[in-house]
Design a protein around this ligand. Structure first.
Ligand code: HMG
Ligand code: MG
Length: 285
């Protein structure tokens, strides 16, 4: 029987958040509407963070209001604090995500909080979301390497991932934020995390800065991971992670998984169309 692997589309959020040009809301909506035809179950389309920190995500509420919601697709939004949570609920996000780091340096640079402080901020978000049955995903950033602190100990990743899972995150996405992971460091990290969080509850979120994302996906498949985050056109980067290049490209991950015999449920033609839309938005053709 064909095994399924899910790709969680990140293009409209992680893909665009670092773009310098102020991308009009209408263009973002066009990209999401195109992605909605590709067969994704989950698309991250919004981020309710401070516009002073990430100006590109300022129109997130308008994006959620303007898209044509396809049945069966969950439209996700990042929320760093209660204010972001309330805005995401008001905008009718289908699910939200909290984001922590496994390294103190990145935590401070990205959300102006220590790891412990950030987890404290997430507690009321998870409590409120539980009351209204809103699914919450958790991210852990810098799972192998941090631009500020160097190599990340696998035990630290496991500790943060376990905490997010215990608090009620339905899935924990493990981010190689600056794309410096190798199959060896990714494997060591996953071995440590799997000892604390069931592998079915984990996802791989790999940036392709060093061109190793596909090799890291292969290492993760061998560890039993069956969900991967990716962005059409390979767009992306994080403003607080110097040198971080794009997310691994969705169309490349889809082609790779399909060649390995996995079913992603995605339509390659629509993916190519969306990748073209995404690249044009960025001025890359
Ligand atoms: P702060 O400056 O410590 O907080 O920022 P503050 O409470 O002093 O707020 C500063 C200003 O922002 C205030 O406005 C607040 O009202 C406002 P002012 O009074 O100066 O006019 N504010 C907000 N506005 C809108 N929505 C909100 C919100 N909260 C406060 N939710 C804060 C702390 C967390 C807000 C800030 O650091 C922040 O927004 N950081 C987000 C950074 C970010 O989005 N990074 C990219 C996403 S993470 C990522 O890409 C990694 C990932 O892809 C996985 C991976 O690759 O590893 C997920
Ligand atoms: Mg990312």
């Amino acid at each position: 029987m064909t095994q399924s692997v899910e790709i969680f589309e990140m293009g409209p959020r992680d893909g665009l958040q670092n773009e310098k040009r102020a991308i009009p809301v209408a263009e973002k909506i066009t990209l999401v509407d195109c992605l909605s035809r590709a067969g994704f179950r989950r698309i991250e389309v919004a981020s309710f963070v401070s516009p002073k920190w990430v100006p590109q995500m300022a129109g997130s509420g308008e994006v959620l209001a303007g898209i044509k919601r396809a049945p069966g697709v969950s439209y996700a939004a990042l929320t760093p604090n209660m204010r972001g949570y309330e805005d995401a609920v008001a905008a009718k996000a289908d699910e939200i995500a909290v984001f922590a780091s496994a390294s103190e340096g990145f935590s401070k640079a990205n959300i102006n909080a220590s790891i412990a402080e950030s987890i404290e901020r997430f507690v009321p978000i998870l409590e409120a979301a539980k009351k209204i049955d809103l699914p919450v995903r958790g991210y852990v950033s810098c799972v192998t390497d941090c631009p500020y602190d160097g190599a990340t100990p696998p035990e630290k990743v496991a500790e943060v991932a376990e905490r997010l899972f215990e608090l009620g995150c339905y899935e924990v996405s493990l981010g190689d934020t600056i794309g410096q992971g190798t199959p060896e460091t990714i494997t060591k990290m996953l071995e440590a995390v799997k000892a604390r969080v069931p592998v079915e509850k984990l996802a791989g979120h790999y940036h392709d800065t060093a061109g190793r994302a596909i090799a890291n996906i292969d290492a993760s498949l061998a560890q039993g991971v069956r969900v991967f985050d990716a962005a059409v056109g390979g767009l992306g980067g994080c403003p607080y992670a110097p040198g971080a290049a794009g997310n691994v490209a969705t169309e490349t991950v889809h082609a790779h998984l399909t060649a390995l015999g996995y079913d992603t449920g995605l339509d390659a033609r629509v993916l190519d169309e969306a990748a073209e839309v995404a690249r044009a938005m960025r001025g890359v053709v």
